[in-house]
Design a binder for this molecule. Structure first.
Ligand code: HEC
Length: 145
């Protein structure tokens, strides 16, 4: 009668360890980091130029994935950028955040990149928003549609 109990406990333990190993720790973003209204109102001068997004993807993979992950869903060093919380921000706001950074919280400044490259990265971030598809049902709940 003891063996099955020990076996059962062993199975349970394995299940817990396996699940724990799969939970990824994604760094949350601090509250209160908001772009100034004037910056947020800036439009993307490259809007509509789908042809330049590839350049943004290249920059993103060179400079950002180490913290935000290949698919931009975040790592323990940087937050998820595919969430509606990020995607709901204007191009100007994201441009400002990428340019100025929040170095105290671990987000470097990228003002050294030429402006067009920063706008390209913003376009690339939008493509991650699209690929992180929200189901139509969920979209109506969270007000994205
Ligand atoms: C060294 C790690 C690191 C690198 C490299 C990095 N980031 Fe970040 N990023 C962070 C952290 C940490 C935060 C959250 C800062 C906070 O808590 O306020 C952040 C926040 C952001 C935000 C704001 C998210 C929000 O919720 O408003 C954007 C946009 C962003 N990063 C884009 C980028 C882009 C684009 C690149 C590459 C050009 C990049 N990051 C490179 C660590 C990094």
């Amino acid at each position: 009668m003891r063996a099955p109990v020990i076996f059962g406990v062993g199975l349970l333990f394995t299940a817990i360890v396996t699940t724990a190993g799969q939970t990824r720790d994604v760094r949350p973003r601090s509250d209160g980091w908001v772009a100034p209204a004037k910056e947020a109102a800036r439009g993307n001068p490259l809007a509509g130029r789908a042809d330049v997004e590839a350049g943004g993807s290249k920059v993103f993979h060179q400079r950002c994935t180490i913290c935000h992950g290949d698919d931009a869903t975040g790592t323990d060093r940087g937050p998820d950028l595919t969430t509606s919380r990020v995607q709901a921000q204007s191009d100007g706001a994201l441009f400002w955040k990428i340019s100025s950074g929040n170095t105290r919280k671990g987000m470097p400044t990228f003002s050294f990149l030429p402006e067009p490259q920063r706008w390209q990265v913003v376009m690339h971030l939008r493509s991650h928003g699209r690929s992180a598809a929200v189901s139509p049902w969920l979209a109506t709940r969270v007000g994205r549609k």
